[in-house]
Ligand binder design. Sequence first.
Ligand SMILES: CC(C)(COP(=O)(O)OP(=O)(O)OC[C@H]1O[C@@H](n2cnc3c(N)ncnc32)[C@H](O)[C@@H]1OP(=O)(O)O)[C@@H](O)C(=O)NCCC(=O)NCCS
Length: 190
Amino acid sequence: MNGTKAGITADSVFIRQSKRGDFNKYARMLQKSIEVAYSSRKLGLDRSLFSVRVFSSEGMQNWMKDNLYPASGKWTFVATYRSRIVGAITVKKERRRNELRAFYVDPRFQGLGVGKKLLKHALRLSLGKEIVLTMYPHNLKTFLIYKRWGFRRYGTAGYHHWSAWPDGVRMRYARMLLPRNSAQKLYKSI
Ligand SMILES: CC(C)(COP(=O)(O)OP(=O)(O)OC[C@H]1O[C@@H](n2cnc3c(N)ncnc32)[C@H](O)[C@@H]1OP(=O)(O)O)[C@@H](O)C(=O)NCCC(=O)NCCS
């Protein structure tokens, strides 16, 4: 079921493939979404770890370009509202499975069905394959959404340290997998 916020519905949000010129708007959307999703006072993950300054670092700029810029074996879809980018998802093709990367929606546009619209495009490119992704499970809201969609944890978890962070700061990640049949079912249901 899709929602409405301040008169905005998912029907007024359009999905298209990314282009290089999207970079600044894409980076702004990612920074806002990640800052809200991952900062946690309880875990010592201060908002400043996800600031515009951190996103301007070479490591983050390269990570975002690697996601956004068109290249073979990889697709990025962006969700647009008027002239804004309000969400994105990257699909990386592998032989037997596809990997989802950088799946984010602007916090002000979450809960409207934009994520499902993006995911549908990613799943269409992945029919017949299982899907994997890496996420940060302290972001419980997203972890529960993935579980409801049929993803389950697999492989070993670990810690990421972003190069722009002070030494010793790290964030726990987990890997999740959506079996082939569940991916097909989810594709039909969203
Ligand atoms: C995960 C994310 C991309 C989903 O995008 P979205 O636009 O909010 O998703 P949708 O509106 O399409 O809703 C998807 C599902 O989540 C549920 N949902 C959305 N917002 C919710 C909220 N605040 N609380 C609980 N459930 C919520 C919806 O009801 C829907 O459930 P359904 O599939 O059973 O109908 C988005 O929430 C996000 O950017 N999260 C933070 C970043 C993140 O962790 N990304 C993943 C990195 S791997």
